[in-house]
Design a protein around this ligand. Sequence first.
Ligand SMILES: C[S@@+](CC[C@H](N)C(=O)[O-])C[C@H]1O[C@@H](n2cnc3c(N)ncnc32)[C@H](O)[C@@H]1O
Length: 249
Amino acid sequence: MKSYEALSAVYDALGTDIDYKGFADFYEASFRRAGLTPSLVLDLGCGTGNMTVELAKRGYDMIGVDGSAEMLSHAMTRKYEEELPSILLLQQDMCGFELYGTVGAVVSSLDCVNYLTEEGDLDRCFSLVHNYLDPGGIFLFDVNTPYKFKHVFGNNAYILENENCYCGWQNEYDEESGLCRFYLSIFEETEGGWQRSDEEQAERCYDRSTLTAALTRAGFTDIEFFGDTAHGAPTEKTERWFISAICKK
Ligand SMILES: C[S@@+](CC[C@H](N)C(=O)[O-])C[C@H]1O[C@@H](n2cnc3c(N)ncnc32)[C@H](O)[C@@H]1O
C-alpha cells in the first residue's frame, strides 16, 4: 500500500489534537451499553498504534491490523516504548485479513472505513469483521459524513503544521462518484535540512443507508449512528458518525 508511506513519518506530529482517550471512552461506554466485557479487541486500521496502545493500557488484549508497513513500524516502536509487548501487530488488508480466532470487539478509529474505496470493499471488510467477532460481539467505527465531504473537504486546500513538519493538503471531491482525492505535500525538518515528499490518498463518502445495508448484509443488528463520543444524536452538520453494530450469529 503506497498511501501513508510518507505521511506515516509525521502522522502523530500532525495529529496531536486527536482525542484518542475520548474515542476509547466511547468504546468502553458502548461495551457497557451493550452489556459486554470483551477481553480481546481488534483495532482495525490501527495505524501508528495510538488507539491500540490506549486500549492496551486500559487492560484489553490487543491485536492491531493495518496495511501500511510504515504506519505499523511506528506502532511497533510505540508498543515497546510503552512496554506493552503483548500487542499483536499484523500487516494485513482490512478487506482480506485473517486472525487466529475470534475477538470480543472490533474498533476502527479515524475514518479507516472511508479508505475502502473499491466496489465490494465494504462487504468484504464487514463480513470479515462479522466472521471474527464472537456472537453478540460489537463493531465500533467512525466515518467522515457526507456533510464533511461536501462542505469541509470539498475542493479546499489547507496547511497542517507542527514544530518540525507541515503538510499542504489539497482536496478534490467528486460528489457524483463519492470519491475524494487528497494530494499531500509533506515537509519535514531533518538533520540535512527540509525534506519534501508527496503522496496521494483517497476516501469514499458513504451515506447512512449504504453503511446500514452493508452491515445488515454482513449479519449485524442493532445498528446505531451517533454524532459524538457521548452517544449524542447526529445532526445535519455532523462531520463524523460514530457507528455501533452487534454481531448476530
Ligand atoms: C486515518 S488512519 C487511522 C489510523 C488509526 N486508526 C488512528 O486512529 O490513528 C487510516 C489507517 O487505515 C489504514 N488503511 C487504509 N486502508 C487500509 C486497508 N485497505 N487495509 C488495511 N489498512 C488500511 C492506513 O494504513 C492508515 O493507517
